[in-house]
Design a binder for this molecule. Structure first.
Ligand code: CP
Ligand code: NVA
Length: 327
């Protein structure tokens, strides 16, 4: 498998075999890291991390993965560079390509990271856009594979805002890798029809399936995975909270909903999560609307069925695999 010089912009660009290769490589790196086996064969290379939105997991994963591989890292924060304000994406891509061996980009529209990649002469990795979050999906697939020993045939239910980055890219990842994916949401929060149609074709090839369902109790019967994400994503205005809560409250992952699922079902979330009122946004929204949690109950988040911190750790191992494979 040769993925050298490839961009990693969305999973639609990768075949199931290539995705499996990345998952296997991530497992190998994870094993090496746990055993303390050095793997710094990328010494002398440098990467740039562009973050136009904030991050904990993705930034830390790229930085630690790069250090483990022997590489130098520059972090460009949402305000500290010329990008967008004084310098176009096309110019930034050409400047950074002369200095760095790879570029990570987190920001707004998918078209921005696609443009960056078009002008860059080094690999570009998508660290989250409004439409897709492909490195997160690799971590999620690795976590599912570790927990269940397989991907194919797993019943994967995503509840909440299914038309944004997480819903979209989980649907693509599941369709490629033969999982049975259900988007469970009100109709207006279903993924776009054009993407659903593409994923249905991919699922037909992989042996998986795509289902759109509005009833959460029905959706989670025989589910292996219940997955959710925040109801309002980075970059969306605060004014949408009220409408979003009204629409998505029935899709909150509760203990009761977990009890309808298979007895071995796990809870997943890309994080950060509003499972209590111990965050600034969680507190202000929770108090305003009289709730003690948003998309998931604290008791589910903290339960034995929750694998959210395994997912978070796997961000680092899978991002390392993406960089190592493409550099
Ligand atoms: N899941 C995820 O991308 O987290 P961060 O926003 O902290 O990077
Ligand atoms: N949908 C969320 C994902 C965060 C990892 C957001 O875009 O804010």
């Amino acid at each position: 498998m040769n993925l050298k010089n490839r961009d990693f912009l969305k999973l639609l660009d990768y075949t199931p075999d290539e995705i499996e290769y990345l998952l296997n490589l991530a497992s190998d790196y994870k094993d090496k890291k746990k055993k303390g086996v050095p793997h710094d064969s990328f010494r002398g290379k440098n990467i740039a991390l562009i973050f136009e939105k904030t991050s904990t997991r993705t930034r830390c994963s790229f930085e630690v993965a790069a250090h483990d591989l022997g590489m130098g890292v520059t972090y460009l924060d949402p305000v500290g560079s010329q990008i967008g304000k004084k310098e176009s994406i096309a110019d930034t891509a050409r400047v950074l390509s002369g200095i760095y061996d790879g570029i990570e980009y987190r920001g707004f529209g998918q078209e921005i990271v696609e443009e960056l990649a078009r002008y860059a002469t080094v690999p570009v990795w998508n660290g989250l856009t409004n439409e897709f979050h492909p490195t997160q999906i690799l971590a999620d697939l690795l976590t599912v594979r570790e927990k269940f020993g397989r991907l194919s045939g797993i019943n994967f239910v995503y509840l909440g805002d299914a038309r944004y980055n997480m819903g979209n890219s989980l649907m693509v990842g599941c369709a490629k890798m033969g999982l049975n994916f259900t988007a469970c949401a009100p109709v207006e929060y279903f993924p776009e029809k054009s993407l659903v149609d593409i994923c249905k074709k991919l699922a037909a090839e992989s042996g998986g399936s795509i289902t759109l369902e509005t009833n959460p109790e029905k959706a989670v019967r025989s589910a292996d995975v219940l997955y959710t994400d925040v109801w309002v994503s980075m970059g969306e205005p605060d004014e949408v909270w009220e409408r979003r809560i009204k629409a998505l409250l029935p899709y909150r992952v509760t203990e009761k909903l977990m009890s309808y699922a298979g007895k071995n079902a796990v809870f997943m979330h890309c994080l950060p999560a509003f499972h209590d009122l111990k965050t600034g946004i969680g507190r202000s929204v929770g108090e305003k609307f009289g709730m003690d949690c948003l998309e998931v109950e604290n008791s589910v988040f903290e339960s034995d069925r929750s694998v959210v911190f395994d997912e978070a750790e796997n961000r680092m191992h899978t991002i390392k695999a993406v960089m190592a494979a493409t550099l």
